[in-house]
Design a protein around this ligand. Sequence first.
Ligand code: C5P
Ligand code: ZN
Length: 475
Amino acid sequence: MQQIQETAAKFDELSRRAVEPVELIKSSKDLLVVSHVDADGLTSAAIICTALDRCGLAYRPMFFRQLDQTALDEVSDQGTDMVIFTDLGSGMIRQICDLGITAAVADHHKPAPPGDARPAAHINPHLVGADGATQMSGAGAALLLARALAAAPGGNDDLAALAVVGAVGDLQDMAQGQLVGLNRQILQIGSAAGALSFSRDIKLFGRQTRPVYKMLEYCQDPYLPGLSGNEDACIAFLKETGIRLSGERWRRWVDLNLEERAAIVTALLRKGLRSGISHVRLERLIGEVYVLLAETEGTETRDASEYSTLLNATARYGHAEVGLKVCMGDREAGFSEAQRLLAQHRQNLVNGLKLVAERGITPMKSIQYFDAGDAILDTIVGIVAGMSFQMADRSRPILAFARTAEGELKVSARGTQDLVRSGLDLADALSRAAGAVGGVGGGHNVAAGATIPPQVKEEFLAIMDSVVSQQLSRE
Ligand code: C5P
Ligand code: ZN
C-alpha cells in the first residue's frame, strides 16, 4: 500500500515538472524535437510531435544515435526558439544550457550532475528516486509532457499506448514479466482512455503475426528442448495437442480460442518440466502482454512487443523518419516500408547470431565478449548481444564489439536481471571503463553502450572485467 502511494507521489511530482515548460512551448514559433534512434526514442518523439500537432504548433523532428557535443552543436546551429529533448539529454544538461539552448528534457537515462545549469524542464524518473531502467521509459517521460500540453484534461491520454511500446522496446517489462512502478500508472491511463488492454498470456514473440508453429520454433528464452529451432517438431507438437494448424491461412496465436491457447500452454509446461527446465525459467513463458486496441488485429502494431521491433527495424538502419510516420498513424506507404525493413532486420539478426556461434564468445573472470568486427552493424550489435545469451553463460554479462563507419569501436553490453540483483550496473561500469580509455559510455544497469578508440580494446576489457568483478563482489 505504502509503495503504491509512493509511486503515485513520484508520478505526480514528475507530472508537475512537466507543466513547467508548457507556456514557453506554446509561445514558441519554431520547435525542434530531438530524440534517440530506437523504438523508445521514436515513440517518445511521436508522442511529443502528436501533442504539438494537436496544439497547432510547428516543429521539426531530429534523431541522433547519441547526444554528444557534436550532435549538440548541430542542434544549437538550427537556431530554433526551443528544443524538446526526448529519450536523451539527461546526461548533457550542463552542455545544453552552456550553449544557451532553451530546453525541455524528457528522458530516463541516468542524469549527469548538471552543476548550476537549469533547463526549462527536466523530467526523468531518476530525479524522483525511481529506476529509469524499469519504472519509466523516455516515451513515458514524454507522455507526461504531452499530457501537460493537452488542451483539455485527458486529451493526450490515448498516447499512453505509444509510451507502453517505448517501455517494452527498452525491455522494461522483462525483469518482472510485466511493467512495474511508474509504468503501471501509464498502463492505467492508456486503458482508461480505451487505447490499451493488458492481460496475462503466453509471452512469446509474434502472437499477432506469426503462425503458431513459427512462434514456438523461434522461442529462445526459455529454450524449449525439442521445439526451439525445430519446425517439424513444433508442427507435430501442436497436432498432438489437438490444434488445427490452418484455416484459410496458417493460424496465429490471435486466431486461437481460449481453450486452444490453454491447451498449448499446459502442454508446453508439461513438456518443459519433463525436459528438466526449472519452474523459474518456465514461468517466463507466461507474462503480461500489451494490446493496442486502435490497431488492426494480426498486424505488428497491435502488439507492443512486435510494434517495438518494427520500429527498431527502421531507426537502427537510418530510417527513423519511416518509424516516426508509423507512430504517427501511417498505415499505408510508411507502414509497408517499415515491414520491408523488418524482414531485412530479421535476416540480419539471424546472420548475426550465426556469426557469434561461429566465432565463439571469449570468457574472462566476470565478463564475456565477442568481436563482430565489420560483420554486424554497430546499431544492432546490442540486440545480437542480448540474444546471444541463448548460447552464452548467463552468470556474466556479455560485451559485443563492432567497428563503426567512423572507424571507432562500438561496445554494447547486456546483463540479466539475476545479475542486476547481484549488483551489476553496466551503465556505471561502461561509463567508468570507457572514460578511462578516452571513450564515452552509459545507459542502464542491464543494458549499456560505449564508443572507444579501437587500439585500447584490451585495456578497456581489463578495466571492465575488474569493475564488474567488484560489482558482483567476486574479488
Ligand atoms: O547501443 P546499445 O543498444 O548497446 O545501447 C544500450 C543503451 O546504452 C541505450 O540505452 C543507449 O542509449 C545507451 N548508450 C549510452 N552511451 C553510449 C552508448 C549507448 O548511454 N555511448
Ligand atoms: Zn529509452
